[in-house]
Design a protein around this ligand. Structure first.
Ligand SMILES: [Zn+2]
Length: 302
């Protein structure tokens, strides 16, 4: 399975910043060390073109990002101080999801070892998200690969508010978000299907709601491809998430989504999304488990 990485493009952050930059290189190392992915399957992310980004984002916004003219307020909302490296990393991360999308159409499944930046809107970024990689990749598939309908299965603990707003009123891209009702963002957007979970929701009720909403998604729209945001932050050890999924529960979540897509013969594009456990190793384990589940799923299908 092809995996695209952008961890070589590091974002300079002030001391004590809570964004877990180390998880990205840690994940790539772990996948290699445990033999989950071979070196030949790891590809450096290409840079997304401005024309691709403009399928979703406004020229005003991308220009402000490119030229470093984002207001102080706009940078505060994103949560990163502007730097040329920030621009490069954001473009590479979108490029990784675009590349993974094309690979998934060809091979059934592929992954971006970052991405899932679902809080980015057409005209602004927020919550550590500069550009919306999945939204851009969905538009690129529609423009270049004859895909008409896509669905986004967002299992990050935070609502995919940017994604919901971008595709509001557009039946060609179905948005499903399962998230903590009391988690950021506090003003939620309307996805096509929102599943709001109470604080402390554990494995069993989560998996039941996921299975049900997955069926509803496949029934309400006939997607030709699925984007899966496999956030590590519904984990019980997460600092920001208010849910209580165990590591085993998160594995079952991955198996449920990936297995259902394989059964339906749908290509899957996997992105990592958030994860803020104190222990970076735990975040890496959760993400590595997702890639392992995808490999097993591919193997059992072929
Ligand atoms: Zn999140």
């Amino acid at each position: 399975m092809r995996c695209f990485y952008s961890d070589t493009f590091v974002l300079p952050l002030p001391e004590g910043h809570r964004f877990p930059m180390a998880k990205y290189s840690g994940l790539r190392r772990r996948l290699l060390d445990e033999g989950i992915v071979s070196a030949a399957d790891l590809h450096e992310a290409p840079r997304a073109g401005w024309d691709d980004l403009h399928l979703v984002h406004t020229v005003e916004y991308t220009t402000a990002v490119a030229e470093g003219t984002l207001s102080r307020e706009a940078q505060r909302r994103i949560g990163f101080p502007w730097s040329a490296q920030m621009v490069e990393r954001a473009r590479r991360s979108v490029g990784a999801t675009i590349a993974a999308s094309a690979a998934a159409l060809q091979h059934g499944c592929a992954a971006n070892l970052a991405g899932g930046t679902h809080h980015a809107f057409a005209d602004r970024g927020e919550g550590y998200c500069v550009f919306n990689d999945v939204a851009v990749a969905a538009r690129v598939l529609q423009r270049d690969h004859g895909v008409r309908q896509a669905a986004i299965v967002d299992c990050d603990v935070h609502q995919g508010n940017g994604t919901a707003a971008i595709f509001a009123g557009d039946p060609s891209v179905f948005t499903l978000s399962l998230h903590g009702a009391r988690n950021y963002p506090f003003r939620k957007e309307a996805s096509d299907l929102d599943v709001e979970l109470e604080d402390g929701t554990a494995d069993e009720p989560y998996l039941a709601r996921l299975a049900h909403s997955l069926e509803e998604t496949l029934n309400r729209q006939r997607p030709e491809v699925i984007f899966y945001l496999a956030g590590a932050d519904p984990y019980e050890g997460d600092r920001l998430g208010r849910l209580k999924l165990t590591m085993a529960g998160l594995q079952q979540r991955d198996e449920l989504v990936l297995g259902r897509c394989r059964a339906a013969g749908l290509p899957v594009v996997i992105t990592m999304s958030g994860g803020y456990a104190h222990d970076v190793n735990a975040i890496v384990t959760i993400h590595a488990n997702t890639i392992r589940a995808a490999q097993l799923c591919n193997a059992s299908a072929s």
